[in-house]
Ligand binder design. Structure first.
Ligand code: ADE
Length: 225
């Protein structure tokens, strides 16, 4: 997979790709992530990328021309499956969206700033609009990092123990069950007996039960369907 991220703040989004699972995915050659500084496509001698909004109102709007030129340069090199715009008024990210995107080959992620991008960018180029939750961030970069993490860890080979990604919370529509490691007892707190029993079948049953109970208690909305 190849991901091209269009941003005004490349330094804000570099570090998530330099550690842990994302780094490993890149080092293994399973995923390539390229940052593109939109400022390099800015207009005039100020490299202008934004302007006042028509009709008045507080906040600048990102202009169409720099974004258009950058996207055309990228599209001249390869086809893209999706051009994703990170925005608080997009579809809320969930595991299903992450699963779908993990199957794609080439993605562009556009990070908004200020009041966002000129509507014509969305009408012309954007194929998917994603929010990471009902709150407003200062820009799309942190959202893009969240999206990339959720997607990249699902690509086969990125996580060595592949069953681990499959047993995550949300992957099967339930929250994950509680987990324990050594010691078997700490300050009087014991690990549930069943987990020490060695009965793989019963342990699996217990985990399913716990996952269901936890979901019912914490996220009953997930059980509606
Ligand atoms: N940009 C600003 N807020 C955002 C959000 N909640 N999700 C994605 N991108 C954003």
């Amino acid at each position: 997979m190849r991901i091209d991220i269009i941003t005004l703040l490349p330094e804000l989004i570099k570090s998530p790709f330099e550690a842990s699972i994302l780094k490993r995915g890149i080092e293994k050659g399973i995923v390539e992530v390229h940052m593109h500084d939109l400022r390099h496509y800015g207009l005039n001698k100020y490299n202008q990328v934004d302007d006042y909004q028509y009709g008045g109102g507080a906040g600048m709007v990102m202009m169409i021309e720099p974004i258009d030129r950058l996207i055309q340069d990228l599209k001249a090199e390869r086809d893209y499956d999706e051009v994703i715009y990170m925005t608080p008024d997009g579809e809320t990210l969930n595991q299903g969206i992450a699963n779908q995107l993990s199957l794609k080959e080439n993605l562009i992620i556009l990070c908004g700033h200020y009041k966002g991008v000129d509507q014509r960018v969305r009408d012309l180029f954007v194929t998917k609009e994603i929010s990471i939750g009902d709150y407003v961030l200062s820009g799309g970069e942190l959202g893009a990092a969240v999206l990339c993490d959720a997607v990249i860890r699902l690509i086969p080979g990125v996580i060595s123990d592949e069953t681990s990604a499959l047993t995550d919370s949300h992957q099967d529509g339930l929250l994950a069950p509680p987990v324990y490691t050594r010691p078997a007892e700490y300050k009087g707190l014991k690990v549930p007996e069943i987990l020490l029993s060695g009965h793989a079948g019963r342990i699996e049953e217990w985990r399913e039960e716990q996952a269901f109970e936890r979901t019912k208690k914490r996220r009953p909305d997930m059980l509606k369907d």
